[in-house]
Design a protein around this ligand. Structure first.
Ligand code: ATP
Ligand code: MG
Length: 690
C-alpha cells in the first residue's frame, strides 16, 4: 500500500503558516512582506505559498516568481513542486498543468520585452549586451566623441559604465550619484552626460539592450497606466525572494504592475543586504509596507532551522555590532557543543592545505563533499585552494566567476549567433567578421556600415566586396550567415552550423584547440536545453550577471564535489560545513571598501551572510600573511594581516581558536616569521585559553 500522505504544511511554524495562508480564498490578496533573519525559512515559506496557491486553484501560469539567480528559480520551482505533489496525494483533483513563470528580474524582463517589443517601439530581434560588451561599447563611444583624445584623465570605460548603471538603477540624478559614490569623477559631470547620451543612442541604433535596459524598459513600460495594467494583469501573484537586494527600479516595476500591491509577496532580510554597490537599497524592504495602494501585512520569523546554536550565537554577535540595528535575534533548537572555529594560519598557501585537510576530515566523518563549501570575498581568492584541490584530486565546482562564458572561443560562438539574431549589433559583428582571415577592423567597419544602412542584411553581406585574401573563407561565412538568417525555427541546429563553421578557425587560431573544441561542444549541448535562439542567448547572457550557472562548467564525472563560491553567490544556500577564507582586514572588509562607513557596514553583512550558510561546522580562516593588490604604483605585495575587525576580542568567546603551523612542510621551507607576528600569534593563542 502507498504510504499515508502527510500534510506538507504541518511542519510550518505559526508565522510561516500565517504567510502561507495569507488571504487564501479572499477576493483580494493584500501585499505581504516577510522580513526575517537568515535560515528562518523565508524561501521555504515562499515555496510553500506557491504550492498552496496552486492547490487552492490558482493558475500556475499566472504566478510570477522572481529570484536572485536562475539556479534559485529552479530550486524554488522544484521545492514548490514537491510540496504540491504531497498536496495532490491528499486531494488529487488539484493537478497543475504548467509551471509558474520563474527567473531573475533580468530574465523575466527580457522575456516580457520580447513579447511587448512591438508595442513599445522596440525591435523584437534585439540582443543583450553582457557586461564586457557594454564596457566595450562605452569605450568605443567615448573614443568616438573625442573624450579619450582630449581628456587624458577621463574615467576608464568600466568606471563610466558603473556610473551609468548606478544612475539608471538608483533613479538618482547623475550629480548625486557622482557626489555620493564617485566623488573623484565629479569634475567630469558635463562630459559624462554627453557620453551617456551618445551611449544610449548607440544602443538604440544597434538594437541592443544592456542589463540595465532590461529593468529600465520594463519599468517604463509598466509606468504607462494602460500597459502597466495589461502586463500586471498577466499575473495574479508576484512573489519575490531576497527582496533586500533589489533596487529602486525593481520596486518601481512591482508598483507599475500592481499599483495596489494585490497578490504581491516579498521576503527578505535587511541584515543580508550585500548588493548596494549595484544600486540595491535596503530602503525597498523597509518602505514596502507603505509602497502600494493597499497597506501591507508584515510577518516576521525568529526561529532558525538551519544552524546550530553556537554558529547562530557567533553570527548574531557579528551582526548585532552593526551600526544600524537589525531587529532580530534568532534562536534554534539545534544544540551542539561545537563552536565555530577561528583558525590562524601562517599564509595563503598554508590556508589552502589546511582547508583541504579539514574538508577531507569532514568527508571521513561522513559529510559528503557536496555538503561542504568554501566561501571567499572575491573570485580570485580561491586560486591557491584550486591548485591544492587539483593536486590532491579533490573534485570541486566554482560559483561566482564567469570563466566559461568569458573564454574567447565561447564569446566567438555566441557573437555569431547574436550577429545572426540582430544584424545591427556592431559589437558582435565586429568580433565575428574579424575571425575571417584577411578581414581586419577597417574592412569589418566598412561592411557593418553597409549593413547598417541596408534593410536586407543578408543581401548586404552577399554584395560586399570582400578582400581577395579572404577568398573561400569569405564565401563560407556568407553561406553560414544566409542559413542562420533564413526564416524558420532550427534551434538547436543553428549552433551546430556555427560550430562546424567555427572549428577550423579555432584550430587555426589556438595552440590549445582540443580543450576549446570540447568547450564549444559543451556549449552546443547546453543549447539543446533551450527552446529558441533568443531564449538561449538571453538566458546565457543574463544568468546571473555575475555567477556561472551550474551547467556551464567542465563536465563533472564525479557526483560528489566540493563547492567553491564567492560569498555574494552563496546567498540563500546552506551547507553542513562551511569554510570562510581570508577573514582579515583588507579582505573582509575589502581594502576597496575602507573608505566610507556604509561600505564597511555592507562588508559586515557580507561576513554575516557567509557565516549563516553553515548548518553544523563553521571554520573561519585567518591567514597571517595575505596578498593584496595595491591601488597605487606600489605593486602587489604580501602584507601582515589582522583578523577581520568584525570579530572583536569580545566576540572571541563564541569561537574556538586554533593556531596552525604545518608540520608536513620541510623545516628548510618553513620561513621564520618576524618577531612581531610571532608575538601576535602567541597572544592570540593565549587568548584561546581565557
Ligand atoms: P536565507 O536568509 O539564508 O535565504 P531563508 O530564511 O530563506 O534563509 P530557508 O532556506 O527557507 O531560509 O530555510 C533554511 C532551512 O530551514 C532549510 O533547510 C529549510 O528546509 C529549513 N526549514 C525552514 N522552515 C522549516 C520548518 N518549519 N521546519 C523544518 N525545517 C524548516
Ligand atoms: Mg532564502
Amino acid at each position: 500500500a502507498a504510504p499515508a500522505a502527510t500534510d506538507p504544511f504541518a511542519g510550518l511554524n505559526e508565522n510561516q503558516r500565517a504567510a502561507v495562508e495569507h488571504d487564501i480564498g479572499a477576493a483580494v490578496s493584500r501585499p505581504l512582506l516577510v522580513i526575517a533573519g537568515a535560515g528562518s525559512g523565508k524561501t521555504n515559506t515562499l515555496a510553500h505559498r506557491v504550492a498552496r496557491l496552486i492547490a487552492s486553484g490558482a493558475d500556475p501560469q499566472r504566478l510570477l516568481l522572481l529570484t536572485f539567480s536562475r539556479r534559485a528559480a529552479q530550486e524554488m520551482t522544484h521545492r514548490a513542486g514537491s510540496v504540491l505533489q504531497k498536496v495532490m496525494k491528499l486531494s488529487p483533483s488539484a493537478a497543475p498543468t504548467s509551471l509558474p513563470w520563474a527567473g531573475t528580474f533580468h530574465a523575466i524582463g527580457a522575456r516580457l520585452l520580447r513579447e511587448y517589443a512591438g508595442r513599445i517601439g522596440l525591435d523584437e530581434s534585439f540582443t543583450i549586451h553582457d557586461r564586457a560588451d557594454s564596457e566595450d561599447l562605452m569605450g568605443l563611444v567615448r573614443h568616438e566623441i573625442g573624450l579619450t583624445q582630449t581628456q587624458k584623465r577621463f574615467p576608464l570605460k568600466g568606471t563610466c559604465l558603473s556610473i551609468y548603471s548606478r544612475v539608471v538603477n538608483s533613479r538618482e540624478p547623475l550629480e548625486d550619484v557622482l557626489k555620493s559614490s564617485f566623488p573623484w569623477c565629479c569634475e567630469w559631470e558635463e562630459q559624462l552626460k554627453k557620453l551617456f547620451g551618445a551611449y544610449v543612442d548607440a544602443k538604440q541604433e544597434q538594437n541592443v539592450l544592456d542589463y540595465d535596459d532590461l529593468l529600465l524598459f520594463w519599468a517604463e513600460m509598466v509606468a504607462d497606466e494602460e500597459l502597466g495594467r495589461e502586463v500586471g494583469g498577466l499575473f495574479d501573484h508576484i512573489l519575490v525572494d531576497e527582496y533586500q537586494d533589489t533596487n529602486r527600479l525593481q520596486a518601481a516595476i512591482l508598483r507599475g504592475m500592481k499599483p495596489n500591491g494585490d497578490g504581491v509577496m516579498v521576503v527578505g532580510d535587511d541584515a543580508q543586504s550585500i548588493y548596494s554597490f549595484r544600486g540595491a537599497t535596503v530602503r525597498n524592504i523597509l518602505d514596502f509596507p507603505k509602497e502600494f495602494g493597499l497597506p501591507a501585512q508584515v510577518v516576521t520569523l525568529d526561529r532558525n532551522y538551519r544552524s546550530t546554536q553556537p554558529i547562530l550565537d557567533a553570527s548574531n554577535a557579528v551582526i548585532e555590532a552593526a551600526l544600524e540595528r537589525h531587529a532580530k535575534t534568532l534562536w534554534t533548537d539545534k544544540i551542539s557543543t561545537t563552536k565555530p572555529q577561528l583558525a590562524l594560519i601562517p599564509d595563503e598557501a598554508e590556508q589552502a592545505r589546511w582547508v583541504c585537510n579539514r574538508v577531507l576530515e569532514h568527508r571521513e566523518a561522513g559529510v559528503a563533499l557536496i555538503d561542504q563549501a568554501v566561501l571567499f570575498r572575491a573570485a580570485s581568492h580561491s586560486a591557491a585552494l584550486e591548485l591544492e584541490l587539483m593536486r590532491r584530486n579533490i573534485p570541486f565546482v566554482k560559483f561566482g566567476g564567469l570563466k566559461f562564458l568569458e573564454a574567447a572561443h565561447i564569446k566567438d560562438v555566441l557573437a555569431v549567433l547574436r550577429f545572426a539574431q540582430n544584424p545591427s549589433g556592431r559589437m558582435a559583428g565586429f568580433r565575428v567578421l574579424q575571425l575571417i582571415p584577411g578581414i581586419g577592423p577597417a574592412t569589418a567597419t566598412r561592411l557593418l556600415d553597409a549593413m547598417g544602412t541596408s534593410s536586407a542584411p543578408v543581401e548586404a553581406v552577399e554584395a560586399f566586396d570582400a578582400p581577395a585574401k579572404a577568398g573561400g573563407e569569405w564565401q563560407a561565412f556568407v553561406d553560414l550567415y544566409r542559413s542562420l538568417r533564413a526564416p524558420g525555427l532550427r534551434w538547436p541546429a543553428d549552433i551546430d552550423l556555427v560550430r562546424a563553421w567555427y572549428l577550423p578557425h579555432l584550430e587555426r587560431m589556438y595552440d590549445d584547440a582540443t580543450v576549446r573544441v570540447a568547450d564549444v561542444e559543451q556549449l552546443s549541448q547546453l543549447a539543446g536545453g533551450y527552446g529558441s535562439r533568443e531564449t538561449f542567448l538571453a538566458e546565457i547572457t543574463l544568468d546571473p550577471p555575475e555567477a556561472t550557472s551550474d551547467r556551464a562548467g567542465p563536465p563533472l564525472l564525479d557526483e560528489d564535489y566540493l563547492i567553491l563560491s564567492t560569498i555574494h553567490s552563496s546567498k540563500g544556500q546552506e551547507w553542513k560545513s562551511v569554510h570562510v577564507l581570508n577573514a582579515v582586514d583588507g579582505c573582509i572588509p575589502s581594502d576597496m571598501a575602507t573608505g566610507n562607513q556604509a561600505d564597511i557596514e555592507e562588508e559586515r553583512r557580507l561576513l554575516y551572510v557567509a557565516m549563516t550558510r553553515a548548518k553544523e561546522h563553521l571554520h573561519i580562516v585567518v591567514p597571517n600573511k595575505f596578498f593584496i593588490k595595491q591601488q597605487a604604483q606600489m605593486g602587489d605585495r604580501h602584507v601582515y594581516a589582522q583578523r577581520t575587525r568584525f570579530i572583536t576580542p569580545a566576540m572571541l568567546k563564541h569561537f574556538e581558536e586554533t593556531v596552525w603551523f604545518n608540520a608536513d612542510t620541510p623545516k628548510d621551507k618553513q620561513k621564520p616569521m618576524p618577531e612581531s607576528v610571532r608575538m601576535l600569534v602567541r597572544d592570540r593563542a593565549r587568548s584561546a585559553w581565557k
